[in-house]
Design a binder for this molecule. Structure first.
Ligand SMILES: [Fe+2]
Ligand SMILES: [Fe+2]
Length: 179
């Protein structure tokens, strides 16, 4: 038996039923679908960057190895955030789907392929941020905006590398990546 204390002038407030709670927490199915699509992108990026980072280590480009490895870990944090949000919205995170992984045989080709992945990510996050806001899910919108900022940093770094390769020539650029 539940004891409810009532103070003078205070109205009792009914506790939400399980059904009401579910209705509040349950995310828009379309939002959850989009979060799962971004999760597949992130899991794909983790694998692509892990392979690129290890290829760079194998060639002795320690500097590139370190930066790209850090980026792979950052994508893992994004995947974690997406999984957390999907669960919060009472959806089911799908971690078994990977998109096509795009591996470059040379450093400049790796940067170009990673640029494509980041560019696709920036577009997709922008679309999903708009969709979440239109669906009235501002918590999801804010989380996606945080991830988007990281993706913009990633693309910015890659563009710097592509500029340096264009200006210095690939051999001079690579000399700088060894230590
Ligand atoms: Fe990401
Ligand atoms: Fe990224």
């Amino acid at each position: 038996m539940e004891i409810i204390l009532i103070f003078p002038g205070q109205r009792t407030i009914k506790r939400p039923t399980n059904k009401e709670r579910t209705a509040i927490m349950k995310g828009n199915t379309k939002v959850i679908e989009r979060l799962n699509a971004r999760l597949a992108d992130e899991l794909t990026a983790i694998n692509q960057y892990m392979v690129h980072s290890e290829m760079c280590a194998n060639w002795g480009y320690a500097k590139l190895h370190a930066v790209i490895e850090k980026r792979a870990i950052n994508e893992m944090k994004h995947a974690e955030k997406l999984i957390g949000r999907i669960l919060f919205l009472e959806g089911r995170p799908v971690v078994s789907i990977l998109n096509k992984i795009s591996i470059g045989a040379k450093v400049e080709d790796q940067h170009a392929r990673d640029w494509q992945a980041e560019n696709d990510a920036v577009k997709a996050y922008n679309d999903d941020i708009r969709f979440a806001a239109e669906s009235g899910d501002n918590g999801t919108r804010d989380m996606l905006t945080d991830i988007l900022k990281d993706e913009e940093d990633h693309i910015n770094w890659i563009e710097e590398q592509l500029d340096q390769i264009a200006q210095l020539g690939v051999q001079n650029y690579l000399v700088e990546q060894m230590h």
